[in-house]
Write a protein that binds this ligand. Structure first.
Ligand code: URA
Length: 218
C-alpha cells in the first residue's frame, strides 16, 4: 500500500501549485488585490480517518480562496456545515472562519479542483490536471466508505479519479451507486443559486447525508 501511495503522488497540492496557467494567473491577480487572503490551493479539511468524503467543485474566490478552508466563507458553506453538524459529521459552531474551532468527525471535505477558478468554472483541462490529487486523496483515507458528490462536476471527477467512466453512475440528486469499494451519494451542489432557486432545499440536502450516515453506520 505504501508503494501504491508513493506511485499516486501527494493527496494535497502545494499552496502555490504551478500546474494550471490560468488558475495561477487568477491566483496572482487575487493576491495582488487581496494580499492578506489565503490565495492558494485550498487543502482538504477534516479527519484523516474519515469514512465519509465530501467532494465539492472548487474554492470560491471569497470562500476557500480567501480563508483557506473548503466552503468556509461561502454561502454554500452554511448549509454544508450545518448539515454535517446535524448528522454528527462535525462538532462545534460554523462561524465562516477557519479558526472557528469547528471539527469534522469521521468526515473530510475536499474539492475536485483545488484552486479557485474564474467565475467558479474550472476548465476540463484543469479538472484533468487536478484529478491525481483527488485519486490520491481518496487512496490516502484508509477507512473511506462513502463519498458525497456535490454537483455534477464533482460526480464526474470522482468517477474518473476512481478509474470509472463518468457515465457509469447517472447524474441526479439522491442517486446512489457502488464504485469499487465505495458507495457514492450524488447531491445537487449547495450553491447559492441552487438554494435560492429551490433546486436544492435543506430537506433534500439532509436526505443525502442521512442516507450516507445510515450506510456508514450499518
Ligand atoms: N467552496 C468550495 O470549497 N467548494 C465548492 O464547491 C464551493 C464553494
Amino acid at each position: 500500500m505504501a508503494e501504491k501511495l508513493a506511485l499516486l503522488g501527494p493527496p494535497e497540492p502545494p499552496h502555490d501549485c504551478p500546474i494550471c496557467p490560468r488558475l495561477v494567473a487568477y491566483r496572482e491577480e487575487n493576491k495582488a488585490k487581496e494580499p492578506t487572503w489565503f490565495n492558494g490551493a485550498a487543502p482538504s479539511f477534516g479527519d484523516p480517518q474519515a469514512r465519509l468524503l465530501v467532494v465539492g467543485l472548487a474554492p470560491g474566490r471569497m470562500g476557500a480562496n480567501r480563508t483557506g478552508r473548503p466552503f468556509t466563507g461561502d454561502f454554500a458553506g452554511v448549509l454544508l456545515y450545518e448539515t454535517l453538524i446535524k448528522f454528527g459529521f462535525a462538532r462545534g459552531r460554523y462561524e465562516a472562519r477557519p479558526d472557528d474551532g469547528l471539527e469534522l468527525i469521521d468526515c473530510m471535505i475536499t474539492n475536485a479542483v483545488r484552486c479557485a477558478p474564474p467565475a467558479n468554472k474550472p476548465l476540463p483541462a484543469e479538472e484533468t490536471a487536478c484529478r491525481p490529487f483527488l485519486t490520491a486523496r481518496m487512496a490516502a483515507l484508509p477507512r473511506l466508505k462513502a463519498i458525497v458528490t456535490l454537483g455534477d462536476v464533482s460526480r464526474k471527477n470522482v468517477l474518473k479519479a476512481l478509474g470509472a467512466k463518468a457515465s457509469s453512475v447517472p447524474s441526479g440528486h439522491g442517486v446512489e451507486a457502488d464504485v469499487g469499494p465505495y458507495r457514492l451519494f450524488n447531491s445537487y451542489h449547495c450553491s447559492q443559486y441552487n438554494q435560492n432557486t429551490r433546486v436544492l432545499t435543506p430537506e433534500m440536502f439532509e436526505d443525502v447525508f442521512q442516507a450516507a450516515r445510515a450506510y456508514i453506520d450499518a
